[in-house]
Design a binder for this molecule. Structure first.
Ligand SMILES: [Ca+2]
Ligand SMILES: [Ca+2]
Ligand SMILES: [Ca+2]
Ligand SMILES: [Ca+2]
Length: 460
């Protein structure tokens, strides 16, 4: 790795060039192609004064989406004491902003947080740090792009990263986050990183080095005492949500137009999920679920083994070329899991594909799909392990959802005569453990639209 000084010198020369052009694309291209890590770029952005002769530390093209009142508050570096962001301001993340150990960042309902494109704005909650982002249906907390409405796209800024100290299955049990975003993992199953509630993360996932993109929300070794419900990730360049080990539980999650997978897990994630919906946009997408135990060490312990009830995964059925919208679920590299009350429709290839070391998990029952509706997937209902299609209540029938493929006005609600609600497909009862809700429908939504009011379907 090059020295920070080398980076700084490169940065200064790049900045000198691009500050004359005042072109955002040019600026980012220059430092992304230099392969800098997120922290390095952030540090350099903070160290701009060292370049000399350029007093312009702001991106003149940035147009933060305006807040209701108040002004734009620039935020950079470390948050080391308890801090509150209020809804009357817009907070502009400049570079990687870290909520450090011992500090709590409270974000009021209705607050808008904007990630600066030019500096790879990103919010990282470090191990031992806390975030309390509690929005409401009427006043969600929105993390979004600094570009104007209508010009926003995947990868405009970094994303939201939570690092906890819950167990991973990687050698040594601790891992370094992508792009120098800090260590995560440990021994605390019940670690608590705070609360995310009625939170949207939009147009994030910036590519900070070739093939190294950020997730919308990365749950990295996040523990079970963390509270996460009512979250949407919209138009992310990489996965909408990815779980790297840990034990965090997530309820009411919407993933729309992700450039890679809608939900991804690896490294031994053992949490719970209920009421999840993914809608893919066929221009760019991979799998609805992409699920690993651990690449290279497929029997690493603890094994990825989540329990997930009530999910609707919607692909892009018009997609016939390229990589877009491939499988409903890819289950591989030794993952286990209990998957119940699923609807999987409209993927280019199979609804699910069980691969390599996960076939043995399916054969021994540690990985199972039951009580599900599978429909309209180009590659057929399932591949790799087909016994679920014969033995379990996995039914191939149209789920009769209102408008699952409509990108601008989606509606995932089952019709009253839908097999998801009329008893055609038996509904599995989840564990009665205080997390799961007992419901009488298959899929991520019943007769009440939990996405209404706080989510977005804007396309740019
Ligand atoms: Ca990812
Ligand atoms: Ca992925
Ligand atoms: Ca993928
Ligand atoms: Ca993956």
């Amino acid at each position: 790795m090059e020295s920070a000084r080398t980076h700084l010198l490169q940065f200064c020369s790049h900045w000198a060039v691009v500050s004359r052009t005042k072109g955002r694309t040019m600026k980012t291209k220059n430092w992304m192609s230099s392969g800098l890590t997120l922290t390095a770029v952030a540090a350099l952005a903070l160290g701009l004064a060292a370049c000399g002769g350029d007093d312009n530390t702001a991106d003149n093209n940035a147009t933060p989406t305006p807040a209701a009142t108040g002004g734009v508050v620039n935020v950079s570096g470390d948050i080391t004491t308890d801090t509150t962001w209020t809804a009357d301001n817009t907070y502009l993340l400049q570079g990687a902003v870290f909520v450090r150990q011992g500090a709590t960042l409270t974000i009021q309902a209705g607050t808008q947080v904007v990630g600066e494109h030019s500096s790879l704005g990103t919010l990282v909650v470090a191990r031992g740090g806390h975030i309390n982002a509690i929005g409401t249906r009427e006043a969600p907390i929105v993390f979004t792009s600094d570009r104007p409405v209508g010009s926003r796209a995947r990868g405009d800024w970094g994303g939201l990263i939570l690092n906890g100290s819950a167990p991973l299955n990687v050698p040594g049990g601790v891992k370094e986050g992508e792009g120098d975003t800090g260590e995560f993992g440990g021994n605390n199953v019940n670690d608590n990183s705070g609360t995310l509630r009625y939170v949207r993360v939009e147009y994030a996932g910036i590519e900070f080095s070739p093939d190294n993109e950020l997730n919308g929300i990365a749950f990295q070794g996040v523990g079970a005492q963390t509270t996460v419900d009512h979250i949407q990730v919209h138009f992310n360049l990489d996965d909408a949500m990815e779980f790297f080990g840990g034990t965090v539980n997530v309820k009411y999650a919407l993933a729309t137009a992700a450039g890679d997978d809608s939900f991804d897990w690896t490294d031994g994630w053992r949490g719970k999920g209920q009421f999840w919906i993914a809608q893919q946009k066929g221009d760019d997408a991979d799998n609805g679920f992409e699920c690993d135990n651990l690449e290279g060490i497929v029997d690493a312990s603890p094994r990825s083994n989540p329990t997930i009830y009530n999910v609707t995964l919607v692909g892009s059925p018009g997609r016939t070329a390229g990589d877009g919208s491939t499988h409903g679920m890819v289950l591989r590299r030794g993952t286990a899991g209990t998957l119940r009350n699923f609807i999987i429709l409209g993927f280019k290839q199979a609804a699910y594909d069980v691969r390599d070391a996960s076939v043995a998990q399916a054969q021994n029952g540690a990985l199972s799909l039951d009580n599900a509706i599978i429909y309209g997937n180009g590659g057929g209902p399932g591949s790799g392990y087909t016994a679920w299609l014969q033995q379990n209540a996995v039914v191939q029938v149209s789920p009769e959802l209102a408008a699952p493929y409509n990108l601008g006005q989606p509606n995932f609600m089952p019709a009253s005569n839908s097999p998801a609600v009329n008893g055609t497909v038996p509904v599995a009862a989840p564990p009665n453990d205080g997390f799961f809700e007992q419901v009488n429908f298959i899929g991520g939504m019943g007769s009440s639209d939990w996405t209404e009011g706080w989510t977005t379907a804007e396309q740019s």
